[in-house]
Design a protein around this ligand. Structure first.
Ligand SMILES: Nc1ncnc2c1ncn2[C@@H]1O[C@H](COP(=O)(O)OP(=O)(O)O)[C@@H](O)[C@H]1O
Ligand SMILES: [Mg+2]
Length: 426
């Protein structure tokens, strides 16, 4: 998997050296610390720092100093020489304060970063900085058989870092192409925060399903532990997408937010697979994204009704089996610059895919047998070809051979049986 280092990849969030440098208020941070103590019982300063994802020296030690002074917590023991190993426990007065804080929000995880810092980080690490060259593109798609015209359209579309509309008959590789594009960009790591703060409200951003921590050498710098280095996100959504899931999801019990898909995908790619099959009308979905796609900002609503502006820095890939004109009108379509039809393979391409499938699955390839298959099962029936047919037919053939207890080969009998079973006329 080859990838170019985008210009923004030298971004890193420096560790805060003081409470002030976190950008968060003292009240917000002491609330968070006291909530953690409330849940944990006895805990060392180092453990609090670990849970809050903040440096001990200069930040957490200051918070603890304050909590002690206010008699909200007390020192239970000095586990070692280092101050960070002192054991703390919440005091009676602290319990009341913690309950009040929990009433406002149950959030008791990593300290968030400010929306301003987050916005800046996305600008610095924009997906638009990723430049994919022809060679990289060919490599990423080398497992597929794709014609020159499609190739020449895909590269610029990916480099636009904006939107890409793939359409065409099912089985011709739209999802496979989109996934390969995703693999191409995710190799380049970026920093995202665990959570974002806006007016003392917390939005959870990082999640284990959609974000994968990046491997490889960690830069020898003091990184703000509130940020995590991840592979550029590649998020795939299907039929479950609704307009509501594109806004902040407020949990009324826990009283904090979960970032929607497009925010989690910031800096990476969001694939709307089988576009048009969602519960939401395609028109409404596109309408929701027209402005963000052009302005690169999205507006989300807090439960109080307040609107906030967050960066929208996503390569959005729409993939659909439906004809574009059946989905939306021209005016809409015009605003998506890159529309690429993934067409049925030519016979030449079909043959090449078939040959590769045979090789991969250990079935001896035979030109004559393929000519027979094409003549008997395509031309005679006026059947359309799809790029997924070779894979599906060879799989079918292998299953049949296994059942008959013979070696899989492109014999007439096995080819006929496989095709008859696969091509059921509807
Ligand atoms: N151009 C291609 N070259 C090689 N194999 C392909 C190609 N297009 C599709 N396939 C095969 O068909 C499978 C199904 O393709 P898929 O991407 O799901 O199609 P679509 O999303 O357009 O319905 C792929 O996983 C791959 O095995
Ligand atoms: Mg698909």
């Amino acid at each position: 998997m080859a990838q170019q280092a985008p210009a923004g990849s030298d971004f890193y969030p420096p560790a805060p050296k003081s409470v002030e440098e976190t950008g968060l208020g003292m009240g917000f941070l002491t609330d968070l610390a006291i909530k953690i103590m409330y849940f944990e019982g006895n805990i060392t300063g180092a453990q609090i720092a670990e849970e809050m994802k903040l440096p001990y020296a200069g930040v957490v030690d200051q918070l603890l100093e304050f909590l002690k002074r206010e008699k909200l917590c007390e020192v239970k023991g000095t586990g070692g020489f280092a101050e960070a190993s002192y054991q703390y426990a919440i005091a009676e007065r602290g319990r009341a304060i913690a309950r009040e804080a929990l009433e406002r929000s149950q959030y008791a995880g990593p300290a968030p970063v400010t929306l301003e810092d987050y916005t800046l980080s996305i600008h610095r690490q924009t997906v638009g900085n990723i430049v994919v060259h022809q060679r990289t593109m060919r490599q990423a798609l080398s497992h597929m058989v794709i014609d020159e015209k499609t190739f020449s359209q895909l590269g610029p579309a990916v480099n636009s870092g904006r939107s890409l509309f793939l359409f065409g008959h099912p089985g011709n590789g739209k999802t496979a192409i989109a996934e390969s594009i995703g693999k191409m960009i995710l190799g380049d790591p970026m920093y995202i925060p665990y959570a974002i703060e806006i007016g003392s409200q917390v939005i959870r951003l990082f999640d284990n399903v959609n974000h994968v921590p990046a491997e490889g050498p960690v830069p020898a710098r003091q990184i703000d532990p509130r940020w995590i280095r991840v592979q550029r996100p590649v998020i795939i959504t299907g039929g479950e997408l609704t307009l509501e899931t594109l806004d902040l999801v407020y949990d009324p019990n826990n009283k904090y937010y979960e970032a929607p898909f497009q925010v989690k995908a910031n800096g990476g790619m969001l694939l709307i697979d089988d576009f048009g099959r969602q519960q939401v009308r395609p028109r409404d979905l596109l309408n929701r994204w027209i402005v963000p796609l052009e302005k690169r900002v999205d507006f989300l609503t807090l439960h109080t009704g307040r609107k906030i502006e967050v960066p929208f820095d996503v390569l959005i890939v729409f993939s659909t089996n439906l004809a574009p004109r059946d989905l939306v009108d021209e005016a809409f379509l015009r605003r998506i610059r890159h529309k690429i039809e993934i067409t049925d393979p030519s016979w030449e391409e079909y043959r090449e895919i078939f040959r590769r499938v045979c090789e991969a699955k250990g079935v001896p390839y035979d030109e004559k047998a393929l000519a027979y298959l094409i003549q008997e099962h395509y031309l005679k029936h006026n059947r359309e070809r799809r790029s997924c047919h070779p894979r599906d037919l060879v799989d079918q053939l292998i299953d049949t051979a296994r059942y008959l207890n013979v070696t899989p080969a492109l014999s007439k009998e096995l080819v006929d049986r496989a095709c008859d079973a696969y091509f059921v006329e509807i």
